[in-house]
Write a new protein. Structure first.
Length: 111
């Protein structure tokens, strides 16, 4: 992932192991297929990751995630950790069938 995405998105304690069955479900079983998926959606994922927050969401995230995390994320324009970017790429490629949980839940878990 660090070859494709910024290091700032490498945070949280989630394991990539839990992503393997999700990827395999859609036929992504090799590093090459995985890299192709992530590279194909890289620019779009980076746009999604850096979208500005409205005032309500900023207040909400500060209350849930803390001022320090939100201030850093706003300053550096990132939200999603690597595993979340993988899940979003699956959603972009395979639609609603790939949705596994709420995106806010991904933020909280760093997944």
């Amino acid at each position: 992932m660090r070859k494709i995405f910024p290091k700032k998105n490498d945070y949280g304690e989630a394991s990539f192991e839990e992503l393997l069955p999700e990827l395999a479900r859609f036929g992504i079983k090799t590093r090459g297929r995985f890299a192709a998926l992530m590279t194909h959606y890289r620019k779009r994922l980076m746009r999604i990751d850096s979208e500005p927050l409205d005032a309500w969401h900023e207040r909400y995230y500060r209350a849930e995630l803390g001022d320090q995390f939100v201030s850093d994320a706003l300053r550096r324009q990132y939200w999603f950790a690597y595993p979340a970017l993988v899940r979003i790429a699956l959603e972009l490629e395979f639609g609603d069938e790939a949705v596994t949980c709420d995106r806010f839940e991904l933020l909280l878990k760093g997944t």
